[in-house]
Design a protein around this ligand. Sequence first.
Ligand SMILES: [Zn+2]
Length: 184
Amino acid sequence: MFKPTLSVLALFICTAPALANEESLASLGTHQHGLTELFVAIEQNQLEITISSPAYNLLGFEHQPHTPEQKAKLQQVTQQLEQADQLIWLPQQAACQRTKVQLTQPNDHDHDHDHDHDHDHDDQHSDWLVHINYQCAAIDKINQLDVKPLFTAFPLIEKIQMQLISPDIQTSTRFTAQQTQWKW
Ligand SMILES: [Zn+2]
């Protein structure tokens, strides 16, 4: 059911009914500031991690940057996310090498599709997606991860809902700044 070319998010959307719980589908419709999601897929020697987050959690705002400070913040955060593999700690013995990091802002728009609604452009919402792909020499050694650097880098993240899927396991958990490690 899983092809390496398929994005993790598409996979989770396909399998969502099996995994659904109250908050796991936030990226599919609702948008809750403070909540960031992590989708982890393991297949053969490949690991794909997708971070799905309201831009607010990363930047502190969701509108287009206006001030020099906001423009600088956007640039800084973009650079941080281009190194997103450094924001999640994996077991060293799994020997995972980042192969690609892709940053997209699929919902970054001005709500111009919604003419019936009174939208203040400073009140728009924006979600960011970061796809991180790895090749791992010993992928069976991945049995834990730690998202502490994510919480440290982005203090506006209050909780991270994680879903993991591999040939052997489907599981989910929730991280907070006090609870950043998960073993399975
Ligand atoms: Zn928002």
